[in-house]
Structure formats: C-alpha cells, structure tokens
Design a protein around this ligand. Structure first.
Ligand code: SAM
Length: 201
C-alpha cells in the first residue's frame, strides 16, 4: 500500500508522500467517500482557484478538503486564512488539515449538516462554495441533501464542483440548476473538469 502511494507521489500526483499516503489509505478504507486515489494536482488546484471569488467581508467554503491541496492553493493565491472554512468528514484528514492550515477554520463534520457546522454570522457571507465531495457517486436524493445544505448557508450563490466525469456529474436539470463547465485539465489523475452550478431562475 505504501509503495503504491509512494509511486503515485513520485509521479507528481501527490504534493508530498505523507499526503498521498494518507489519501490512499482513506481511499482503501472508503472508496465511495474519497472518490479518488490521489489528491488533486497543482494544475487542477489552479483552475479551482481561478473560479473562486469573494467580496470584502465574504469567506470561502471548501467541502471535502482531504489533505488540503486546494485549501493551500487558495491561501497561496492570497486568500487570508481566517476567511477560509474547510469541512472534512474524516477525523484523520481533519487532524491533518489543522496541522497544515493552522489559521484557517477547519471543521470536522458531515457537509450535509452545513447549517449547523458554519457559524450563523457567516451564513449569507460566503463568496464561493467549492465542492470536492464526489457527489457523482451518490444517488439523486443524497446529492439533493448536499445541494440543500449549501443553499441554506450560501443562498443563490451556487457552487463549483470538480469531477472526472466527461459530462455533468450532476443531473442539473432535475436539481433545478444551470451547469457551466468552466475549466478542464488533462494534468490531473484522472483528467478533471471544474463545473459551476447555479439555481435556475
Ligand atoms: C476527492 S476527495 C477531495 C480531496 C481534496 N479536496 C483534493 O482535491 O485533493 C473527497 C473528500 O471529501 C470528503 N468527504 C466525503 N464525504 C463527505 C461529507 N459528507 N462531508 C465532508 N467531507 C466529505 C472525503 O473524506 C475526501 O477527503
């Protein structure tokens, strides 16, 4: 197992071996929850950062932060850490995130419970919601729970979702959403797209 993680990391898919090893172990433990064997690549992180916007007084919310590669890219691009909230369901991952993002808000919990997890003073003050959770692998009703939770804390903002799916990873019309494929990169394992979903008006 460690050899496989080391091999993937040495091919540039993991930002460091410890991150790739933790990620791969969690994938072995629960492949549906992880949705990927390795963290997102720098190329994918750059594309996600380019789609992330926040106005003065707003924060950024990342769901399913894993080992924190997207989070770290956001901070490197200039997002002040106190304006970043990350939610991660796996305790080991959340502990790791607290180590690597000491000044950001790291919340261990299930993103379906966002209204209870995010302090109420930040509800309605979220510039961008970034979804790393593999919603494509979930049945419609489960996807709906995440979408409703996002809408409750970031009304009318929509969200961005990265995915390895060629077509939209969500059945957006059934969800009452509009979908835009904002970016794609072959420099990820597997190649990935960044989708934006907003409410249909
Ligand atoms: C594909 S990984 C993405 C990790 C990281 N953002 C990256 O790009 O490398 C999906 C992450 O979502 C987390 N996750 C899955 N279900 C979740 C839930 N209900 N609430 C919060 N996090 C969840 C997993 O534990 C995992 O870390």
């Amino acid at each position: 197992m460690k050899q496989a993680a080391d091999a993937l990391a040495s091919r540039g898919f993991g930002q460091d071996i410890a991150n790739a090893g933790l990620f791969f172990r969690r994938w072995l433990a629960n492949p549906l929850q992880m949705g990927s064997v390795v963290p997102s690549s720098p190329a994918l992180c750059r594309r996600i950062v380019a789609q992330t916007h926040y106005a003065p007084g707003e924060v950024v919310l990342e769901l399913g932060a894993g080992t924190g590669v997207v989070s770290q890219s956001l901070l490197t691009a200039g997002l002040p850490p106190e304006r970043l909230f990350v939610v991660e369901i796996v305790r080991d991952m959340a502990d790791h995130l607290r180590d690597v993002l000491p000044r950001a808000h790291v919340i261990e919990g299930d993103a379906r419970r966002l209204p209870a997890l995010i302090p109420t003073e930040f509800h309605g003050r979220i510039g961008t919601v970034i979804v790393g959770i593999p919603l494509v692998l979930l049945p419609f009703g489960e996807q709906r729970r995440f979408i409703d939770a996002i809408e409750a804390v970031a009304p009318s903002r929509g969200f961005i979702l990265y995915s390895y799916w060629i077509t939209s990873p969500l059945p957006y019309e059934r969800h009452g959403l509009v979908a835009t494929r904002e970016a794609w990169t072959p420099l990820n394992f597997p190649p990935a797209s960044v989708w934006r979903y907003t409410r249909r008006t």
